[in-house]
Design a protein around this ligand. Structure first.
Ligand SMILES: [Zn+2]
Ligand SMILES: [Zn+2]
Length: 390
């Protein structure tokens, strides 16, 4: 088998599809839809996959905008993940229009490889990455259980093969007090807002003594109705992040202690609820990361193994990476000063550099598919690394 010839045909196939992929990415960019409402994007993406010989299952995992597109049969099963949710108000400021086009483009370009070498390619549509952690929900519902490989590429400001992502969980907190006239009868009231403020103070004290890689941050969503009424109710939303599940468990208990302490001090009653899903930390498969670096080099891009300066964000791809060997590299579409989730990043997701990054990433994922299927020992190495890291 001539691997070089196979790789050449994969890249020229993507070059031939450049215009239609660009059109798809820009169409999704100009029709931004928030998490779980990505109806148009899913229609266009699945249509493209269907036209190119993929079998489509829509609404998988009881999520209307999740889908699975497959071609080929049996093992190895290589999945390329698509995100397509936008951010309310600022559109595709995280560039998910590029992520999903990379996924369908590399999926379609992998079809001739599968036809020749066997195995199966899945393009899995994963909604609502930004707010609800669609992949975490889908992971709990078994969507990623039988995968041999899971890959995606996220737009960013550096070309990097690995990503650092913390485990995290969201927390809703409420305090219930008793309203009274704030000046005439303050002694009759129980101040729910003071309980919330004391919680913030306690968390701020705790912060000095937590690991430097952990994060706790929150907002107040209800702080009372009027200045002359003792607030009978307060509410807040918090996120706790840590490098691993064990420390996240520990930190979550310490954070709850801050709230219970404030409840005791003020006499307000505490109610809280952790989100049903927890984002897991990202496990980067270094063998896959090396393949990403090597194949990007063919396209003239120098990719670093990891970013300069670490990231403290989280991604639901972390949950997938706990179940199958995975990568979540970053492809630069803007200069380093541009912040993700900004209007400037939204522009970059429809720019020439954005499209260039998208095409290069599309090629690279399909080239990795060639490497994995043409060299069974590479696949073995990827899986061995995954097992050993567990
Ligand atoms: Zn994103
Ligand atoms: Zn984002």
């Amino acid at each position: 088998m001539d691997i070089e010839k196979l790789k050449g045909s994969v890249t020229s196939q993507i070059d031939n599809r450049r215009n239609e992929l660009t059109e798809l990415a820009l169409k999704i960019h100009s029709n931004p839809e928030p998490g779980f409402h990505e109806v148009k994007a899913v229609t266009w993406l699945t249509q493209y996959l269907e036209e190119n010989g993929f079998a489509i299952e829509r609404g998988i995992c009881e999520l209307p905008t999740a889908f699975k597109a497959s071609c080929g049969t049996g093992k190895p099963a290589i999945a390329i993940l698509a995100e397509y949710d936008a951010l309310p108000g600022i559109g595709h400021a995280c560039g998910h229009n590029l992520i999903c086009t990379i996924a369908v483009g590399s999926g379609v370009a992998s079809k001739p490889i599968i036809d020749q070498l066997g195995g199966s390619i899945l393009v899995i549509g994963t909604p609502a990455e930004e707010i609800y952690g669609g992949k975490a929900i889908m992971a709990n519902r078994g969507a990623f259980n039988d995968l041999d490989i899971a890959m995606m590429v996220h737009p960013g400001v550096q070309d990097t093969a690995t990503t650092q992502a913390l485990a995290c969980q969201n927390l809703d907190v409420e305090f219930f007090g008793k309203s009274a006239h704030a000046a005439a009868r303050p002694e009759a009231g129980i101040n729910a807002l003071e309980a919330m403020l004391q919680s913030f103070a306690a968390i701020n004290s705790l912060r000095q003594h937590i690991k430097s890689t952990a994060r706790i941050h929150g907002i107040i969503t209800d702080g009372g109705e009027a200045a002359n009424v003792v607030p009978a109710h307060s509410a807040g939303n918090f996120i706790v992040r840590a490098e691993d599940d064990t420390y996240l468990d520990e930190l979550e208990q310490k954070v709850i202690n801050c709230f219970t302490g404030a409840a005791t001090a003020t006499g307000a009653r505490l109610e809280y609820k952790w989100a049903d899903v927890r984002y897991a930390s990202m496990r980067n498969n270094l063998t896959l990361a090396e393949l990403f670096i090597e194949n990007m080099k063919r396209l003239g891009r120098t990719v670093k193994l990891s970013a300069t300066g670490r990231s403290f964000g989280s991604t639901d791809m972390g949950n997938v990476s706990q179940l199958a060997p995975a990568i979540h590299p970053s492809i630069a579409i803007a200069t380093k000063e541009v912040l993700s989730h900004s209007p400037e990043f939204a522009s970059a997701a429809a720019s020439e550099a954005g499209i260039k990054g998208m095409i290069d990433a599309t090629k690279t994922l399909a080239l990795i598919v060639v490497d994995l299927l043409a060299n069974p020992e590479t696949m073995t190495k990827v899986k061995k690394e995954f097992r050993q890291g567990k």
